[in-house]
Ligand binder design. Structure first.
Ligand SMILES: CCCCCCCCCCCCCCCC(=O)SCCNC(=O)CCNC(=O)[C@H](O)C(C)(C)COP(=O)(O)OP(=O)(O)OC[C@H]1O[C@@H](n2cnc3c(N)ncnc32)[C@H](O)[C@@H]1OP(=O)(O)O
Ligand SMILES: O=C(CO)COP(=O)(O)O
Length: 421
C-alpha cells in the first residue's frame, strides 16, 4: 500500500456490494482489496475458502469484551496497514441496512486502522467513502420480511445456488459513486498530538479521549460523505410520492398523472437541496422505474398506480422463531408492500430531514425570531441524532450564520412553491 494506505468504505445495502467492488477494481486495474468479512461467510461449504482466495479475511461479527480477540485482530490489521500492499475494504455500517437508511457507524475496525496513524506507524491514511445505490435491491423482499421479525436465512452454499434464480428478474441500474477521499492527516490536522504515543511501547498504547472522540467524528463524516455522493433513483422519488399519498388520503393508489406531477415537484426540490437524482425524462423514466418495480407497484388500465398486494408465505416460517411480536397473517400481508415501499423512501430522508425540520418550525410558529428558530432547529437535530447521521455530526453547531440563512431561504422558497401547486 505504500506509505499512504487506502481504505475503501462502501455503503452496505446488498450482498452484491462486495462482489461489485471487487469486479470494479478488477475492471479498472486497481488491486483487489482485502475485505473484512463476517464469519457467517466462512462457514459456507467450499465458499469460505474461495472467498478468502478472492480477498476476504474473516472475523467475528461482534468482539464483545474478548480482549485477546481484540488484540489479535488489532495486530492483524496493524500488519495489513504497515506491511501489506493491498487496499483495505470494510463496511463501516457493519451489516446490510435493511431499511435503506444509513446506519450508525461501527468504530471497531476504524479505530484499529486509525491506531496505526495515531501512533505514527503510517504517515497518512486515505479513506474513500463509496455509495452504491440500486434501482432495485436484490434482497428487497427478504429485508421487508426481516423487518417484520422473520429471521434472516443463514448464509449457505445451497442457499446461494437456490437464490441465483432471482437474478433472472430485471433490477434496473446500479450507481457506484466515489466520494472525495478523506486524508487522516488533513482531517485531524491541529487536533492531534501524535508525539504523546512515543512515550510507551506500541502494545501498551491506549486511545486518548480526544482520539476516541475524533475516531467517532471521522466515522460520522464517512457516512455523511457516502450519503452526499448518493444518487437518488427515480423509484426513490416515486416511492416518496406514493407513500405520501397513502398517508394523506389513506388510499393505496394514485392517478399516474398526479404521480408524475408530484415526482417532478419532489425531484426539483431534491435537486435544489443539492441532491443528484437519476430523473431526466419525466414520463419515460417513471415508466422504466415502474417497470423495474412491477412486483411492487402496478399501473391499471385506468392509469392508476397501485400497490400490489403481497402474501407472506407464513407456512414456511416457524412462528416460534419470529423476533418480537408474532403478527397475524392479515397484518403481515397488509404491511408488507408499505415496508417494501418505505425501504425505497428512506434513502431520500437524509436530504429532506434538515429542511423539513425548519419547515415544520416555521409552519408551527408562523412568526418566529431567528435565534429561537435556530435553537428549535438544534433541538430537533439532537432529537433525531440517532435517526439521521447528518444530525449527529455536530455540523448544526458549527454551521455559520450564512449557511443557516441560506437553508432558511431554501425552505421558504420550497414552502411557497408547495402552496402554489
Ligand atoms: C462468488 C464470486 C466472488 C467474487 C469476488 C468477491 C470478493 C468477495 C470477498 C468476500 C467479502 C465478504 C464481505 C462480507 C461483508 C460483511 O461481512 S459486513 C459485516 C462484517 N464487517 C463489519 O462489521 C465491519 C465493521 N464492524 C466493526 O468495525 C465492528 O466494530 C467489529 C470490529 C466487527 C466489532 O464489533 P463489536 O464487537 O460489535 O464492536 P463495536 O460495536 O464497534 O464496539 C463495541 C465496543 O468496543 C469498543 N471498541 C472499539 N474499538 C475498540 C478497540 N480497538 N479495542 C477495544 N475496544 C474497542 C467500542 O468503543 C465499543 O464500546 P462501547 O461504545 O460499547 O462502550
Ligand atoms: O454483512 C453481511 C453481508 O455482507 C452479512 O451480514 P448481514 O446479514 O448482517 O448483512
Amino acid at each position: 500500500m505504500g506509505n499512504k494506505p487506502i481504505i475503501f468504505l462502501p455503503t452496505h445495502r446488498s450482498y452484491a456490494d462486495f462482489i461489485l467492488m471487487s469486479y470494479l477494481c478488477f475492471t479498472y486495474n486497481i488491486e483487489i482489496p482485502a475485505i473484512a468479512a463476517g464469519m457467517d461467510f466462512y462457514s459456507m461449504w467450499a465458499m469460505g475458502s474461495m472467498l478468502r482466495d478472492t480477498g476476504a479475511f474473516f472475523m467475528r461479527r461482534s468482539f464483545n469484551n474478548d480482549h485477546l480477540y481484540w488484540d489479535t485482530f488489532r495486530q492483524y490489521i496493524h500488519q495489513l496497514m504497515a506491511e501489506g500492499d493491498l487496499p483495505l475494504e470494510f463496511f463501516i455500517e457493519g451489516t446490510r441496512s435493511r431499511s435503506g437508511k444509513s446506519l450508525i457507524p461501527k468504530i471497531g475496525l476504524l479505530s484499529m486502522v486509525l491506531k496505526t496513524f495515531y501512533t505514527a506507524v503510517v504517515p497518512d491514511i486515505l479513506f474513500v467513502p463509496i455509495n452504491i445505490s440500486y434501482d432495485r435491491v436484490l434482497e428487497e423482499k427478504l429485508f421487508a420480511y426481516e423487518l417484520l421479525g422473520v429471521p434472516k436465512p443463514k448464509e449457505s452454499t445451497s442457499g446461494f445456488f437456490k437464490s441465483l434464480s432471482i437474478i433472472k428478474e430485471y433490477y434496473g441500474n446500479i450507481y457506484i459513486d466515489f466520494g472525495e477521499p478523506i486524508s487522516a492527516r488533513n482531517f485531524f490536522s491541529g487536533y492531534l498530538n501524535r508525539s504523546f504515543h512515543n512515550l510507551k511501547p506500541i502494545h501498551m498504547q491506549e486511545f486518548t479521549e480526544q482520539e476516541k472522540y475524533l475516531t467517532s467524528k471521522l466515522s460520522n463524516e464517512i457516512v455523511v460523505s457516502q450519503q452526499n455522493c448518493a444518487v437518488i433513483t427515480t423509484f426513490n422519488v416515486i416511492a416518496l410520492a406514493l407513500i405520501n399519498n397513502c398517508y394523506i388520503t389513506g388510499c393505496k393508489e394514485m392517478k399516474l398523472e398526479d404521480l408524475a406531477q408530484e415526482v417532478a415537484w419532489i425531484n426539483e426540490n431534491l435537486r435544489y437541496f443539492g441532491t443528484v437524482t437519476e430523473l431526466n425524462n419525466l414520463i419515460v423514466d417513471i415508466q422504466n422505474a415502474l417497470n423495474v418495480h412491477k412486483s411492487l407497484v402496478t399501473v391499471t388500465n385506468e392509469k392508476m398506480v397501485k400497490l400490489v398486494d403481497h402474501c407472506v408465505a407464513l407456512k414456511s416460517i416457524d412462528s416460534s422463531q419470529l423476533k418480537g411480536h408474532a403478527l397475524s397473517q392479515e397484518t403481515m400481508n397488509s404491511v408488507l408492500p408499505f415496508i417494501m415501499l418505505q425501504i425505497y423512501v428512506n434513502p431520500t430522508l437524509h436530504r429532506l430531514c434538515n429542511p423539513s425540520m425548519i419547515t415544520i418550525i416555521i409552519q408551527r410558529y408562523k412568526v418566529i425570531e431567528k435565534g429561537e428558530l435556530f435553537s428549535q432547529y438544534n433541538f430537533l437535530q439532537s432529537l433525531f441524532s440517532h435517526e439521521f447521521i447528518s444530525c449527529s455530526t455536530g455540523n448544526n453547531l458549527v454551521c455559520n450564520h450564512y449557511s443557516k440563512r441560506f437553508l432558511l431561504m431554501e425552505c421558504r422558497r420550497s414552502l411557497k412553491n408547495y402552496y402554489k401547486t
